[in-house]
Design a binder for this molecule. Structure first.
Ligand code: HEC
Ligand SMILES: [Cu+2]
Length: 424
């Protein structure tokens, strides 16, 4: 109450001293000020009300995401690996030591300042160079640093020990998605791209008003799947710029650098879903390349691998296949939605520096090799990335799609063999 009154007085004063304030010609000064104050009070009250509503809806709208962030989470997450637990322990260990030192040092300092102040008649000591003090303030911090460094080094060394892995997976960062390739162990040969769920992307694009989705911007089409209690070594690299593969609950975080390989590892101790994100600022959609790790029991994992291998075999395209226009355009529509729509938009109109494909000369050109060239090599110094990692069939399909969608009605059909020939 008192606060509100003094706030009113302070604001009233502020209004009076504001330069060039027109107080109005008709009513006397006091009345206008009073009106102004009333208006201000009402504005204040309604903003508080709005804040309150916002806070209460924010509190009810989303729930903790198991394996991901919690609502108003402050502490580190509950780890699902030994390393993550040790990291959390180290965090608290260091924090407590630092807090104790902070309180002790500042306690002594303020005590000394207050007790020995001049107004109490304290006379300063005049000694110089106390050997005892010098030794104490060298040795004590040294011991504290060693005490902190020992357990920290142990954990860092364990974190870096990627030997004897049961499973090796390469994680490649792309702008803005992750590619996972199973290199060694059960599931060897599998490989897929993991992209943000399209529906959530649309929600975000349209302003994300009132979303209440627990895994908002963390849902992907194809999660990284690993077995429980097995050491998974993750090799990280990138295709374009530096990204970072990080999953807090698994205690991993490793930069993914183009042209280099780095590695990290984790052994998940319970099944479930764990979420992370790219943690190196990598461009405009840095926040839109989530990581979802699905930890399965040994049997479920084997079943998943078998299923994926079957799917892979069925999907294995014959690069010599000659496609009909309708079929390849249908296939291309999917490739476009997964890889191109993020930049060129579903309507093919692009945005800003991203050129429109609807009506583009290179897309309409009778020489189909022109567009094949753009897709294989990129354009605009990498602003348009190269897509040579897509299969001949996918590339042929997406090019055929762009040539026969929106207002583009060329009737041209690009076959996988055309792409294959252009690769050389
Ligand atoms: C990271 C954003 C991004 C993605 C994803 C992307 N493009 Fe592009 N694309 C661009 C930009 C930017 C340009 C313009 C480059 C320039 O300045 O010349 C471009 C240009 C093009 C062009 C040439 C247009 C012209 O008029 O010169 C074609 C064709 C094209 N993209 C097709 C595709 C296809 C097909 C895909 C999906 C496989 C795709 N793009 C995915 C950003 C992107
Ligand atoms: Cu990234």
């Amino acid at each position: 109450m008192l606060g509100a009154v003094s706030l009113r007085i302070a604001l009233g004063k502020l209004w009076c001293v504001l330069p060039g304030r027109q107080v109005g010609s008709g009513p006397p000064h006091e009345v206008t000020l009073e009106k102004m104050m009333n208006k201000l009070n009402r504005t204040l009250a309604s903003s508080l009300l709005m804040l309150g509503t916002w806070l209460s809806t924010a509190a009810w709208a989303v729930n903790d995401l198991p394996g991901g962030p919690g609502v108003r989470q402050l502490n580190l997450p509950v780890g699902a690996t030994k390393i993550a637990e040790e990291q959390a322990w180290l965090h608290w260990f260091m924090l407590i030591i630092c807090t104790v030192i902070f309180i002790a040092v500042f306690g002594v300092m303020f005590y000394s300042i207050l007790k020995h102040r001049k107004s109490l008649g304290h006379k300063p000591a005049t000694f110089h160079e106390s050997v005892k003090v010098e030794i104490a303030w060298t040795v004590v911090p040294f011991i504290i640093v060693i005490l902190m460094a020992l357990p920290a080094t142990k954990v860092v060394v364990a974190q870096k020990d990627t030997s004897n892995a049961d499973l090796t997976i390469k994680a490649t960062g792309y702008q803005w998605k992750w590619g996972y390739d199973y290199i060694k162990g059960e599931g060897e040969g599998l490989g897929f791209i993991s992209t943000l769920d399209n529906e959530q992307r649309e929600i975000s694009n349209s302003g994300a008003k009132g979303v209440s989705i627990d895994n908002y911007l963390l849902k992907v089409d194809n999660p990284l799947v690993v077995p429980v209690n097995k050491k998974a070594r993750i090799i990280t690299t990138a295709n374009d710029v530096i990204h970072a593969f990080a999953v807090p609950q698994l205690g991993v975080k490793q930069d993914a650098i183009p042209g280099f390989v780095r590695d990290t590892w984790f052994r998940a101790e319970r099944t479930g879903d764990f979420y992370g994100q790219c943690q190196e600022l990598c461009g405009k959609e840095h926040a839109y390349m989530p990581i979802h790790v699905k930890v399965l029991s040994a049997e479920d994992y084997s079943a998943w691998v078998a299923g994926e291998q079957k799917k892979l075999a069925a999907k294995q395209d014959d690069p010599a296949k000659v496609w009909a226009l309708d079929d390849i355009v249908k296939r291309g529509e999917k490739v476009y939605a997964a890889n191109c729509a993020a930049c060129h938009q579903a309507n093919g109109k692009g945005a800003g520096p991203i050129k429109a494909l609807d009506g583009a000369a290179v897309v309409l050109d009778a020489d189909k090799n022109k567009q094949i060239y753009v897709l294989l090599n990129g354009q605009g110094n990498g602003a348009m990335p190269a897509w040579k990692q897509l299969s001949d069939t996918d590339l042929a399909a997406v090019i055929s799609f762009t040539k026969n969608n929106w207002s583009n009605k060329t009737g041209q059909l690009v076959q996988p063999a055309d792409v294959k020939a252009a690769r050389k």
